[in-house]
Design a protein. Sequence first.
Length: 312
Amino acid sequence: MKKIINTIIVTLTLAALFLTGCGSAPQNSDSAVRVLASTSILADIAQHVAGDRLPVDSLLPIGADPHAYQAAPSDVTKIAESDLLILNGVEYEHFIEPLLENAGGERIIIEATAGLEPHPAGGHADEAESGTGHEHEAGDPHMWLDPNLVIKYVENIRDGLIQVDADGAEIYRANADAYIIRLKDLDAWIIEEVNMIPAERRLLVTNHEAMGYFAERYGFKVVDTILPSFSSEASASAKEIVAAVEAIKSSGAPAIFLGEVENSDLANQIASETGVKVVDTLYLESLTDGDPAPTYIDMMKHNVTQIVNALK
């Protein structure tokens, strides 16, 4: 997939620079630059940078899990009509590779995580044998769960918007600067909230390996992941279930945390054996249509509140 994206980036960047140099209007016939992000989270971040100048659409609908997403024929059309496509990167959007091959047309593609170093893949033996771990061999893509890393997302998105619409450069820079201040404020708020949790209770048991960047930034220990994979679509072996039960009992972790789109059956089974609570109201892969997580910042505040209330 990286080869495909790199090829498109090189070709279309040159085309975009040529058009900009000629003083041309944005590439669509209706003179509107079309910006498409792969997920609702990325679309919201990008919209804050684009401001009122450009609308940003999300390829995946609200509530969709990228790990399980089944592309629709209309998705090819959306990509084909886009001028700027914003991806998370780190092989998060595996579903998009055949869409890119079929879309045709010209667009600039940026990866929001460009310039960031991902956590390496876990390399679990059972995962490798079963083949369930191939989706994110490049590492953990869930960098948006640390607002400090999202600052780099904003900078990359800003640069992509300027590349596709140079006339709006001043607006994009100002909006990016303002949003970065909000991200820093969010980080400070999270630190204050987490400080209400006793250090010995800052323990996370999660459904899959999505919370690593969050844990690293805010001083949590990831005790266990029920599904030792970066994908919520992985499955757990009997040995992994036993290991999760033992890890919870030995650590004293009081809760198992799941994303709202994830199946809670296995977590509930483990909870019944360990006596811990299951918190299945986190939003990790998608925003919501209205409360509680209509924006990225709202999503993070909601998740932190859920975690703090369960652990303090």
